[in-house]
Design a protein around this ligand. Structure first.
Ligand code: MG
Length: 413
């Protein structure tokens, strides 16, 4: 008989550049989930928390397969988030990814929306089981971007499907037959955008003595690579369970390892095995434009080393600033059309590039009400090409898209 081992891991980390953590996760055998929220003013944190909270009472007692019941919970989460975003102005436009897995006997039911991911490691081989609902993955599927181009694409973090924006959402769901020894990894894009090599992810897990060590190693690797986003990792293992033991014990406790100190209420909530929520508040929007490094390094140990670093920075700045200044001035006279963090067609001033450290060479000039997902593939292609344009040209294009949308033509010139 198969079950889930006791040594599962669930942890989250703010990363090195965000000022809060908008990821949430749920880890109570036999059900595991990760949600990665988006939206300013803490809305992303709220969306992801609502998403994982739907698992608190397990699967609903409804007819249907585990897979269908799991997917119906994801629909419930969508409805709750959408309702709140509709009725609360401050939460308008919030959304979240959600990737959930539930073990029943020797089958793992999976439900998934967005760009958090589920991987399996079987016999030392890592395989991704979910497909990202992201702009770049769609373009890769259509053969218009190579996977390598997708990794460097300025809009790689735009997702095309999320819980919250619409009253109904299309949920990917499937069932997978598991084997003893399988390891499953669910993670937010804060891991996979920093450690892009999937083989490397597999090696880091396989090279660890325990899943706890593996989880911490993955988080450390994402931080070492820049830690530009919140990082959340869930790992569990399929094991043989002796007869007489419950195949899938229901946990009354779970691991909670994350950034920041949880509040008393959160510790208490965790100890009674409710949904695990990320412990810190946030105000950073999850998607474009990305925040530059916040520079919130510990203030201790200043002194000679700091001065030496400062001197180096001054010399470096004398050389680099005129070049950057020129690039900046040049960038401000051009425009391009793309999508914003919610996927709406947007006119940007500047160039579609980012400087090392995450500072971008563009700013929002105008955001339309037209979601990229509603456009025809041709128009979508025009929007995602990020061609440099004059201001008039760029705003004409956005206007045409808006007008075509109003006329019900599914978008575009
Ligand atoms: Mg993320």
């Amino acid at each position: 008989m198969l079950g889930i081992g006791k040594d599962f891991y669930a942890g989250t980390d703010q990363g090195r550049q965000r000022r809060g953590n908008e990821d949430s996760h749920f880890a109570r055998r036999p059900l595991f989930a990760i949600a990665d929220g988006m939206g300013g003013a803490q809305a992303g944190e709220i969306a992801s928390r609502i998403a994982v909270s739907v698992f608190e009472h397990g699967l609903p007692d409804l007819p249907g397969s585990c897979e269908e019941r799991l997917a119906s919970l994801v629909q419930d989460a969508n409805a709750r988030i959408h309702e709140l975003s509709r009725t609360d102005e401050e939460r308008a436009g919030m959304g979240t990814t959600l990737t959930a897995a539930y073990l029943h006997e020797d089958e793992l039911a999976v439900a998934h929306v967005g760009d958090s991911r589920l991987y399996t490691l079987r016999n030392g081989v890592i395989e991704r089981l979910t497909r990202d609902h992201s702009l770049v993955e769609e373009l890769v599927q259509e053969g218009r971007l190579t996977p390598e181009e997708a990794e460097e694409h300025p809009q790689r973090s735009i997702i095309t499907r999320a819980l919250g924006p619409e009253p109904h959402v299309l949920v990917d769901h499937f069932t997978r037959r598991v084997q003893a020894g399988d390891i499953y990894l669910i993670c937010s894009d804060g891991l996979t955008s920093m450690v892009k090599d999937e083989q490397k992810l597999g090696e880091l897990v396989m090279g660890s003595a325990t899943l706890r060590e593996a989880g911490q190693t993955l988080i450390d690797a994402a931080n070492a690579a820049g830690g530009r986003d919140n990082i959340t990792v869930v790992l569990f293992r399929i094991v043989e369970v002796a007869h007489g033991e419950p195949a899938v014990p229901v946990d009354t406790d779970h691991t909670m390892i994350g950034s920041g100190a949880p509040t008393v209420q959160q510790v208490r909530a965790a100890s009674v095995a409710t949904a695990v929520q990320n412990p810190s508040a946030t105000e950073a929007a999850r998607r474009l434009p990305r925040l530059p490094a916040t520079g919130e390094a510990p203030k201790r140990r200043r002194g000679r080393k700091t001065r030496r670093v400062l001197r180096g920075l001054v010399v470096g700045a004398l050389v680099v600033l005129p070049i950057l200044g020129g690039a900046w001035i040049a960038s401000q006279s051009v425009y391009f059309v793309g999508t914003d963090d919610q996927g709406f067609v947007t006119l940007y001033r500047g160039m579609p590039y980012e400087l090392p450290g995450g500072a971008s060479l563009y700013s929002v000039n105008y955001t339309s009400g037209v979601p990229i997902g509603s456009l025809t593939p041709k128009v979508k292609g025009t929007v995602t090409a990020h061609k440099l344009r004059s201001r008039d040209d760029g705003s004409d294009l956005v206007k045409q898209i808006e007008q075509a949308k109003l006329a019900g033509q599914g978008g575009g010139p």
